[in-house]
Design a protein around this ligand. Structure first.
Ligand code: 3HC
Length: 308
């Protein structure tokens, strides 16, 4: 059955219940892969409309996964979606969701709200609860600086789209215990991901390398050395990337791109991450990519929602 495909029984002995704080794109993806693996999940968000949206998009994405896993069996397909959805609860009250084995934070990418959340959770969660942040660019240590359980805290960095991307970066801080590290690695495997380990260093592995790549692509285009279309084709056909750098920037969002470059510039002082006037201009014009209907390319809007 699918549970064997998506989970390892060893990890389920440690993590059976998961809370995901933040019902956006990343949070709902994380909730989905945990529910698919047979775990009970609660999604917490302060905005009820975001929780409704998360439930709907999880339902849609589960259908896509079901089609792949049970392609010739419509009954099993329906069962898979129904059972996975039934394991997901939603709430606007974090206090209702603090008593679990693992809490993954995927809220706004800002230091103070993340610190406040973990400080609060540290007081109300049981001893054994492990905390993780899905931050992509903020220091994991800084996020957990106010909590007591520093040995049961670290980073779990997922990639967009979470149900499809096979990687999970497990960020191992100096104060994390070996047991916590092991549980995080096992849990990652149980939700279908290949885990790699990285210290709490700016951008971790993937964003540290994607940053200069994306910045240099933008500068190449800004200088007029090549068209964005040709750069995208070049990296797809010449380097095997599934998307070119401009398609990827539109997909992840130009605002996110700009923010990650700014943080990496501040933390590393490496001039490769310096500001890019073209990117700043597009962000100030609201051309953020797929989500606003226009970035480097234009996108059609279906049912009020922009799609690739
Ligand atoms: N949920 C479930 N399934 C999904 C999905 C989702 N959200 N999105 C796509 N899929 C499935 C589709 O159903 C399809 O399945 P099939 O092959 O069985 O038909 C498969 O994934 C491929 O999707 P599409 O045919 O729609 O489109 P593509 O073949 O172009 O794939 C893509 C889309 C998976 C997004 C691919 O283009 C890709 O891998 N792009 C690169 C993404 C990337 O680099 N992400 C990392 C960004 S960096 C990051 O996230 C870090 C953060 O900190 C900012």
């Amino acid at each position: 059955g699918f549970t064997r495909k998506f989970s390892s029984s060893a990890a389920l002995n440690s993590v059976k219940t998961v809370t995901v704080v933040g019902g956006g794109l990343m949070g709902s993806g994380i909730a989905q892969v945990a529910a698919q693996a047979g775990q009970n999940v609660t999604i917490v968000d302060i905005k009820p409309e975001l929780l409704d949206h998360a439930q709907k998009s999880i339902q849609n994405n589960l259908q896509r996964v079901a089609k792949k896993v049970h392609k010739d069996d419509p009954i099993k397909m329906e069962q898979f979606v129904k059972e996975s959805i039934s394991r997901i609860k939603i709430t606007t009250n974090v206090e209702e969701a603090a008593n679990v084995d693992l809490i993954v934070e995927a809220i706004v990418e800002k230091l103070e709200p993340k610190q406040e959340l973990f400080n609060k959770l540290d007081k109300i969660s049981p001893e054994h609860t492990i905390f993780a942040t899905n931050t992509s660019s903020i220091s994991v240590n800084a996020i957990g600086s106010g909590i007591k359980r520093k040995d049961r805290f670290g980073g779990l960095h997922f990639f967009n789209p979470v149900p499809v991307m096979r990687l999970l970066e497990v960020i191992k801080t100096e104060s994390m215990s070996e047991e916590t590290y092991k549980i995080m690695m096992e849990w990652g495997k149980s939700v279908g991901k290949t885990c790699i380990t990285c210290k709490d260093t700016p951008g971790f592995v993937v964003n540290r390398l994607l940053g200069p790549y994306s910045a240099e692509a933008l500068r190449l285009y800004e200088r007029g050395d090549a068209s964005k279309e040709d750069i995208d084709i070049g990296m797809k056909l010449g380097a095997g990337y599934p998307m070119g750098p401009f398609e990827l920037a539109d997909y992840t969002g130009l605002d996110t791109n700009k923010y990650v470059l700014e943080v990496l510039h501040k933390l590393t002082n490496n001039p490769v991450f310096r500001p890019i006037p073209l990117l700043d201009k597009m962000v100030s014009e609201g051309k953020l990519g797929v989500k606003t209907g226009e970035g480097f390319y234009k996108y059609k809007k279906y049912k009020g929602e922009a799609r690739l």
